[in-house]
Design a protein around this ligand. Structure first.
Ligand code: 3EB
Length: 332
């Protein structure tokens, strides 16, 4: 009895690419330009794969509201937030990132869902500017300033994606909850928040993955944008297939780390039910990358997008949704 009431309080979140029961707290139409809750776009070009729509579903969306430059929605014990503001590759993104994160944190706190669980950032010209003026690094400075002002520790941040688009706006999407998820780090990588100074004046603030208890004793693993980084260094510069293998090994290491940490026993590879978004810098790289990933992960659903990765020497990055089943003897 106590167990079932506890299970009943876990967010009943599912992430699906097709038709399914429930309502989208946040629905992506990858490659389309929209900002509607059911079908937000990324500002990127969709290159192909198994899915173009990716819905973060709850049984019902109970309240939605428009804000000055976006919207929020709540349902299933979760909150989604979308913000879109004009941006330009020639601009310094520090003040914009600061304002966006200040507003995001203010909105989730005011709504009573203070714990960030997953963030996506899509911005123009992510590699524009040299050295510490590079827009990704300036974005990290602005984001970091907002987090510090809000009293949030970098090491407590959630899973995230940051990808460069070719449009003139910054799109920020987030999911938040009443309770924090579990930050999962990758034993093959230095945590991003502990990167050495050479990668920029302010370390990126995100977790490699966030694990979130969902209904029926399952755990949703929200895997951040994951690239060919080992330790803190880029591995295999210039070789997109070797980078694909290394990034895939990082995704597998995260599933294994979460499975061990939660004492589960399920499959340690993305497979049926997993959704993997793949961002490639060069559109022509998508077919060989897709082929490589299908050979490694039979049954997985893939979507390819053209986007810039936050280091110039990275050619591919992937993020994933992966459901972990309860272990033998676990409740649910
Ligand atoms: C890296 O290792 C990869 O700044 O929010 C991936 C996911 C990356 C999220 C972010 C950055 C971010 O640094 C880049």
């Amino acid at each position: 009895m106590i167990r079932s009431s506890r299970v009943g309080r876990e967010p009943p979140l599912e992430v699906c690419s097709g038709r399914s029961a429930g309502q989208p707290l946040l629905g992506f139409n990858l490659g389309a330009p929209g900002m509607e809750r059911q079908a937000v776009g990324t500002g990127l070009v969709w290159l192909g794969g198994d899915f173009e729509r990716e819905s973060w579903l709850v049984p019902s969306v109970v309240e939605t509201a428009r804000t000055e430059d976006g919207w929020w929605a709540r349902g299933g014990g979760l909150l989604s937030v979308a913000l879109s503001r004009p941006d330009d590759r020639e601009a310094d993104p520090e003040p914009l990132a600061h304002a966006l994160y200040r507003d995001l944190i203010g909105q989730v706190r005011a709504a009573g869902f203070p714990e960030l669980l997953r963030i996506w950032n899509f911005m123009p010209g992510i590699n524009h500017g040299d050295g510490d003026r590079e827009r990704y690094r300036r974005f990290c400075v602005g984001r970091g300033r907002a987090l510090s002002e809000a009293g949030l520790e970098d090491a407590a941040m959630c899973a995230a994606t940051a990808i460069g688009s070719d449009e003139k706006r910054f799109r920020l999407f987030a999911l938040a909850g009443r309770r924090a998820g579990l930050a999962i780090e990758n034993p093959r990588q230095v945590p991003a928040w502990a990167y050495p100074r050479r990668y920029g004046p302010r370390s990126p603030a995100f977790a490699r993955a966030t694990a979130l208890p969902i209904a029926h004793g399952r755990t949703g693993l929200l895997i951040s944008g994951t690239a060919s980084v080992v330790g803190h260094a880029t591995a295999h510069p210039g070789d997109v297939l070797a980078q694909t293998d290394e990034a895939a090994a990082n995704v597998e290491a995260l599933i294994a780390a979460a499975t061990d940490r939660l004492e589960l026993s399920g499959p340690r590879l993305p497979g049926d039910g997993s959704l993997v978004r793949v961002y490639v810098r060069q559109p022509g790289d998508w077919p060989p990358v897709e082929k490589r990933l299908r050979a490694r992960w039979p049954g997985v659903r893939l979507a390819g997008l053209r986007g810039d990765i936050c280091r110039r020497d990275l050619l591919v990055e992937m993020e994933a949704w992966h459901g972990l089943e309860p272990g033998a003897g676990a409740p649910g």
